[in-house]
Write a protein that binds this ligand. Structure first.
Ligand code: NAI
Length: 338
C-alpha cells in the first residue's frame, strides 16, 4: 500500500525494461519512492513479479493488455507510470474498468526525436554511414555517394503534434518546402506558413515523407502496398513514431522495385524482440529486419530518437511528479483516459 513516510507519501514501484541509463536518471530524480528494477520486458510470463508493488513504471515495449491488466490488478497494482509518450501498449479501456490509473509523459523533448529524424534524413541523403566506413578502410572515392540539396526539397509531415511541430521548424531552417496531413491542423503552424493537404496529395508530392502520428486503429499499417504507390518514385520514408504504422513486407517490396528510394526507421513493428538488447552474438530470427538491414539505402536505429540527456531528465522528473500527484490526490494532468 501507499506508505506515509516521515515527510512524504511514497509507493513501491516496479520498474520494467530497465537499462543502466534508466536507473541512473530515476535514482537521480527520485522523490522518495521505493524502486525495484527489472531488466525484463513486462509480459504474461513474468507478471508475477509485480506482486506486492503499488505501481509499475514501464516503457514502450512492456505489455499492459487485456490479458495482463487483470493480473496486475490481482497483484495490487493501482497505477501505471509510462515513461514515454506513446501508449499503444496499454489497453486503457480495461485499465479503466479495473480502476488502474495510467499516466504518461506527454512531451519530454519533442526536439530530441525531431533532431533524430533530421539526422536520419541527412545520413541517408549524404550517405554518411557509407562514407564513414569507406574512409576508415582507406577508400576515398566519391562513387555512389552523391546526395541532393535540402534547400527547396519537398517534405511531407504526417502528424504535426509536439514532434511534427518541432520538426517543421527544423525543416524550415533548412529551406525545405513542407506540407502536412493531420486530421487536427495546428493553427500556430498554419500562421507560420505550413500548408495542410489531404493524405493522397501530400504523399504524391513529397521527396521525403516523415511519420509523426500515433499508432492506433486508424493509423495501423497506414503505409502499405496501396499508399506506397502514391509516393513519388524514389522518395524517402522516415519513421520515428511507431513500427506498426508501416506494413514492413510491403515496404521491402517497394525498396526492391525502387518505388521507395530510401528508408529510415527508428521504430520497427516487431522491435520488442530486438531493440534495447545486445544480440550481436545471436542469430537474428526475424527475417524481415535482416532483409531491411541488407539494403544499402536503409538506415535503422533501435528506438533512440528520444535518447538525449535532456529528454531522459524530463522523463524521470515527470514520472515522479505523476507518481507524487497520484499519492497526494492532486489533479493528474497526464492521466490517460479511454
Ligand atoms: P502528439 O500527440 O503531440 O501528436 C500526434 C499528432 O498526430 C496529432 O497532431 C494528431 O492530430 C496527429 N494524428 C492523429 N491521427 C493521425 C492520422 N491518422 N494521420 C496524421 N496525423 C494524425 O504526439 P507526439 O509527441 O508528436 O509524438 C508522435 C509519436 O511519436 C508518438 O505517438 C510516439 O509514438 C512517437 N514517439 C517516438 C519516440 C522515439 O524515441 N522514436 C519518442 C516519443 C514519441
Amino acid at each position: 500500500m501507499i506508505t506515509l513516510g516521515e515527510n512524504h507519501i511514497f509507493m513501491k514501484i516496479a520498474v520494467f525494461s530497465t537499462c543502466s541509463y534508466d536507473k541512473d536518471f530515476l535514482e537521480l530524480l527520485n522523490t522518495g519512492h521505493e524502486l525495484s528494477y527489472f531488466t525484463e520486458t513486462l509480459n504474461l510470463q513474468n507478471v508475477l513479479l509485480t506482486k506486492g508493488f503499488d505501481a509499475l513504471c514501464i516503457f514502450v515495449n512492456d505489455k499492459a493488455d487485456a490479458e495482463i491488466l487483470p493480473k496486475l490488478a490481482e497483484n495490487g497494482i493501482k497505477l501505471i507510470l509510462l515513461r514515454c509518450a506513446g501508449f499503444n501498449n496499454v489497453n486503457l479501456e480495461v485499465a479503466g474498468e479495473l480502476g488502474i490509473k495510467v499516466l504518461h509523459v506527454p512531451a519530454y523533448s519533442p526536439e530530441a526525436v525531431a533532431e533524430h529524424a533530421m539526422a536520419m534524413i541527412l545520413t541517408l541523403n549524404r550517405k554518411i554511414h557509407k562514407a564513414y566506413n569507406r574512409v576508415r578502410e582507406g577508400n576515398f572515392s566519391l562513387e555512389n555517394l552523391m546526395g541532393f540539396n535540402m534547400l527547396g526539397c519537398k517534405v511531407a509531415l504526417i502528424g504535426t503534434g509536439n514532434i511534427g511541430k518541432a520538426f517543421y521548424r527544423i525543416l524550415k531552417g533548412f529551406g525545405c518546402q513542407v506540407s502536412a496531413f493531420d486530421p487536427s491542423p495546428d493553427a500556430e503552424l498554419q500562421s507560420e506558413g505550413l500548408k495542410y493537404e489531404n493524405l493522397k496529395d501530400v504523399l504524391n508530392d513529397a521527396e521525403i515523407v516523415s511519420l509523426h502520428c500515433p499508432l492506433n486503429e486508424d493509423t495501423f499499417h497506414m503505409i502499405n502496398a496501396i499508399t506506397l504507390k502514391l509516393f513519388k518514385k524514389g522518395a524517402m520514408l522516415i519513421n520515428t513514431s511507431r513500427g506498426g504504422l508501416i506494413a514492413t513486407a510491403d515496404v521491402i517490396d517497394a525498396l526492391k522495385s525502387g518505388q521507395l528510394g530510401y528508408l529510415g526507421l527508428d521504430v520497427y513493428e516487431q522491435e520488442s524482440k530486438l531493440f534495447f538488447k545486445d544480440l550481436s552474438a545471436n542469430i537474428i530470427q526475424d527475417d524481415l529486419i535482416s532483409r531491411l538491414i541488407s539494403f544499402p539505402n536503409v538506415l535503422i536505429t533501435a528506438h533512440q530518437g528520444f535518447f538525449t540527456k535532456e529528454a531522459m531528465s524530463q522523463i524521470a522528473a515527470v514520472t515522479f511528479s505523476n507518481a507524487d500527484n497520484f499519492c497526494k490526490g492532486l489533479p493528474m494532468n497526464n492521466e490517460l483516459l479511454n
